[in-house]
Design a protein around this ligand. Structure first.
Ligand SMILES: [Zn+2]
Length: 306
């Protein structure tokens, strides 16, 4: 039985926006993306330079308006205010990025598109949902998405819902114990030798030079050991079915088996379901589209609950 609202939803168009530090992406999708189990063709996909909020968000509105979207989903870099009791809900929080501290990204885009219903998530939360619905997490209810590149970000979905407290998660900044003999000071501006300070892309470049990206470089064992500490914290905190790695450092075929070995050592046999589960660790499948797809799913979800 197909209801009237299902028919309306099938014909509807939703807008998806992924905000990044150097580029924004804006796309229109059929609202049927809500039920899709593999990536759908977008109706139009645009890339816009990240300059000032007024200029960038104005261009996003301009490219999306012709599609007459009925709802909007945003996936953006953080830190992001997601406290619904705050007047700053949906705004970028204090950030070193010039001009963007306090930018009301949710309000500006929703208003610019005619006051349509809108939702907002972090880029990694959206990517976790996208991987669960259409990527390497298909068939599961609980998935963690870890991106390791310029920074380290983690989004966790538990029982189909993004896990979040007052703020979004900041698991990239967990304290880590040093791999034997590692004397690197760390380069996180807030914590020095937190996880991101030790093995983000820029940290690895500082430590080992540009050759660290080579698959046979000696640093990969060290990278795997630090990231396995994160995977252990994720496992003991959320017990997901899959932990999916992405990003320039994280998404590497040669890293996956090293991560699985390091994870087994770090777990020390102490997990009911995951002590011997090598499938727990895997690579994400949706690449650079994960955040945008997650934003579109969020938009369709917002529309379906209108
Ligand atoms: Zn840090």
């Amino acid at each position: 039985v197909t209801t009237l609202s299902e028919v309306a939803l099938e014909r509807a168009v939703v807008a998806a926006v992924e905000g990044g530090g150097t580029k924004f992406r804006a796309a229109a999708y059929p609202a049927s993306i809500l039920e899709a189990t593999e990536p759908l063709e977008s109706l139009g996909d645009f890339t816009i330079d990240t300059t000032t909020p007024a200029e960038t968000l104005g261009q996003v509105v301009d490219v999306l308006t012709p599609f007459e979207p009925q709802a909007l989903g945003i996936a953006t870099f953080g830190p992001l205010n997601l406290d619904r009791s705050s007047s700053q809900y949906g705004s970028i929080a204090a950030t070193p990025k010039p001009d963007w501290s306090g930018a009301p990204i949710l309000d500006d885009l929703a208003r610019g598109l005619g006051g349509i219903a809108a939702g907002i998530q972090t880029d990694v939360e959206a990517a976790a949902i996208a991987e669960l619905r259409q990527g390497a997490g298909r068939g599961f209810e609980s998935v963690a998405y870890v991106t390791v590149g310029t920074g380290i970000g983690v989004g966790v979905v538990v029982d189909g819902q993004v896990f979040r407290g007052r703020d979004h998660l900041e698991l990239g900044h967990i304290p880590v114990s040093r791999t034997d003999g590692d004397e690197f000071a760390g380069r996180c501006p807030f914590h020095g030798d937190c996880l991101e300070g030790m093995v983000s892309g820029p940290a690895l470049l500082d430590r080992f030079g540009p050759e660290h990206v080579s698959p046979d470089h000696h640093s990969w064992e060290l990278v795997a050991d630090y990231l396995a500490q994160l995977a252990t914290v994720i496992t003991w905190s959320f017990s997901p079915d899959r932990i999916l790695f992405s990003g320039g450092v994280g998404h590497n075929d040669h890293l996956e088996p090293l991560l699985r070995d390091a994870m087994a050592r770090r777990l020390g046999g102490y997990s009911v379901s995951h002590a011997d589960n090598r499938e727990l660790i895997g690579l994400a499948q949706l690449g650079n589209d994960a955040g945008l797809i997650g934003a579109a799913i969020l938009a369709a979800d917002v529309l379906s609950s209108c």
